[in-house]
Design a protein. Sequence first.
Length: 569
Amino acid sequence: MKRKVNMNRPKVSADEINQRRNFDSVLKNSAGAGAKPFFKKPWFLSGVVVATVAIVTSVVLMNQIGKETASETKTQQQTTAADTIGLATFYKAEEAKPCIAPPVAGLNIPYTTYKVNVAKGGAFDFKTGSTFTVPENAFVDENGKPVKGEVELRYREFHDAADFFVAGIPMTYDSAGVKYQFESAGMIEMLAYQDGKQVNMAPGKTINIELASEYKGTEYNLYELDTMKNNWSCLGKDKVVSTSPKGRPDSVKILKAEERPQYKAIETKKEEVKTQKETKIAALPKPAAEPKRPNKVNKDKFTFNLEVDPKEYPELAVYKGVLFEVGDENKNFNKTMYSTTWESATIKEGSKKGENYQLTLEKAKKKYDLIVYPVFEGKNYETAMKDFQDKFSKYTAVLDKRKADEKKIEEEYAARLAALKKQQEDLIAEWKRQEKERENNMSTEEKVSRVFTISKFGVYNCDNPSVYPRGVMCSASLLNENEKSLRCYNIYLVDKKKNGLFTYYKNPVATFSFDPKSENILWTVENGVLYYLKPEQFVGIQPGNHSVKMNRMEKKFQTVDEMKAFFNI
């Protein structure tokens, strides 16, 4: 008998299963139209007693099996339907993610921040040897109004597969419906903020970028990432210039420390700190003039008792019984002056303010000027001395506090100045280290800068569109450590022959290809956990269908450099 066997019958859908779940109808059709039930046939009647027990047992058993089977079928159908709906929801959520979406929480390329004086602009250095130049008045706010004061530039670079991966920047380029993967010669992102709000480039202004690169080929184009359309726009070619000591153009020369904006900024800060110190000291309360100690009457010297106008000489008015003693410096004084009745006697401030006075005596045509000193005797001296001591105590208290405050301000200034000098020393040491590192890592021929200008902020890439690697083509189902299918959307292939990141979508991957002659790494992420495939695990993958057990990354990388060291990138 010949039979037709369907080896590739299409999978029955859940709807078709539900349509055919009327088991009574199936049994009726299988018995045939008009057929008698088997229990009414003659041969059955002769063994009715024995058969009855068997039938009852069979019916109970079959009912139980039927219930279990139906229950299992229903559960499987519900689970399959739930998985299908859940996976569709998962894919929809993944597709709705922002254009730039770092896949591993807490792991990313950090920004380096620069302070830019809007009115002056400036030239700035990055640790890789890149430089960029900002023109004056290059910023406007969200309403297009010019920005004044200081702007914060945030800048970072991406140079290899690990950088591209952790940053979550797409490396796929769609041109005329054809998808390409980028091989990069270097990528940058630059943003600008003031008071926490993003600012834009002013119309007609451009920032010149000189991106340090190990790739000197001219096959690369310059692309700008359009985060709204999730695609790259080609801006044309960048310019490749040598940065070797002999071939370095003036535009990319290494600046001396004192010429660098960071160094100059600290020098300016040092001047600001000094001015702040002087301003603080000048604002401290000053004590009144130091009070003069009262002098006691010298019995061997001549004194005059004069009435003093308290409004004119308040420093003397507080004393009672003040006398004026003739100073030794008066060469014209004689005893007759003391016994003479003078028609007029006036006093004014002398050469030593608050200490001596000039006494003028007049009679007829005689006139004498004498230098005299205030003195006291008896109880008047005691009263004057007590007043002096009170004033002197208050004076010294104010003076001592001022001296203590001045010392504190001077110490704060010295500490801040030392910190700023240390910053400069650290910067110089770091610049020297970077220079040495660049010298060691790049041969003379490899030292190039890729030069281009940008007229708005965002992500820019020096890239060459490339097709997926060729060699082995297969389908791959990625499994976790428990050999269950990974729920992941983006799967990234690292081909160490190419400086790119090749992206495949949705697990299982229907069409997966790689170059077996290259060193390959595979990355994907499920629920924030990194899974990977090591280069040696690619050896057994041949054309066909493969279930690939991925390695779960138990280590939590603190920096991208740690990740690069782990994967030898």
